[in-house]
Design a protein around this ligand. Structure first.
Ligand code: KIV
Length: 270
């Protein structure tokens, strides 16, 4: 089957995504503003307004200090730019610590943005929260495996699914989230053999990041994938573009021309 990215013309819905499991890999990328969301729209199935923006956009060391207000602001911008891809807003750390808080904040996210779903990190321990949201007609994208919001309490970034016990726990997590009503699950930082077993164990799509090719789809953080974020590059990130080098070169061209008074020439002058 040949799939042309430009063919994804209609607005993608939750049911479109669910139907892709086992049929066609799901494509997802992050975006934090209207400009890039517009560039990515139509070419990807889903756009995630990830709390990774706290690092790659805001310059913080981790995602922990991202706020609901920050996520809503950026999701509004992404919704202004993207009209076709399914937009997911990441619920930041502390915004879903109790079922009541989760429902209040997810309702606010639904009311104030055009996102079709919220994303919540956590496995079986967060199933009750996923259930409260889905029972109140809020679509949830789960997130299991390596969970950046819990890196301090979990002792840092650790690849998951390395032994049978952990694989069993991850499968239990995925099943609990599925039973609670999530429409899909992000699997992050998990050995590919484990992701394959998780993907086979649930009927909803899995979307991997650092989780191997057997997931039902893939997600990458845009600034990593396109080489704008230079501080570090995890093993799972493939750089499809050398953004930072291109920007720096263009900026040098611009400043050199300004200093030498080559710009603005008559062509760019009224
Ligand atoms: O915040 C984010 O960008 C994410 C992805 C890494 C899945 O959660």
């Amino acid at each position: 089957m040949s799939i042309h990215t430009e063919d994804i013309a209609k607005k993608i819905t939750i049911s479109t995504i669910k139907k892709k499991k086992g049929i066609e890999p799901i494509t997802m990328i992050t975006a934090y503003d209207a400009l890039f969301a517009k560039l990515f729209d139509k070419s990807v199935d889903m756009i995630l307004v990830g709390d990774s923006l706290n690092m790659s956009f805001f310059g913080a060391d981790d995602t922990i200090s991202a706020t609901m207000e920050q996520m809503i602001y950026h999701t509004k911008a992404v919704c202004n730019g993207a009209k076709h891809s399914l937009i997911v807003i990441d619920m930041p750390f502390g915004s879903y610590s109790t079922p009541h808080l989760a429902l209040t904040n997810a309702t606010k996210a639904y009311q104030e943005t055009g996102a079709l779903a919220v994303k919540i990190e956590g496995g079986s321990e967060r199933a009750e929260i996923v259930k409260i949201l889905t029972q109140n007609s809020i679509a949830v994208l789960g997130h299991i495996g390596l969970m950046p919001q819990f890196l301090r309490s979990n002792g840092g970034y650790k690849v998951r699914g390395k032994d049978e016990e952990d694989i069993a726990k991850l499968i239990e997590d995925a099943k609990a989230i599925e039973k609670a009503g999530a429409f899909a699950i992000v699997i992050e930082g998990v050995k590919k053999e484990a992701s394959e077993l998780i993907t086979k164990a649930v009927k909803i799509p899995t979307i991997g990041i650092g989780a191997g090719v057997e997931c039902d789809g893939q997600v990458l953080v845009w600034s990593d994938a396109f080489g704008f974020f230079e501080d570090f590059k995890p093993k799972f990130v493939k750089r499809y573009f050398d953004g930072a080098t291109h920007i720096k070169k263009a900026l040098t061209d611009y400043t050199t021309e300004v200093k030498s008074k080559q710009f603005p020439s008559d062509e760019f002058t009224y």
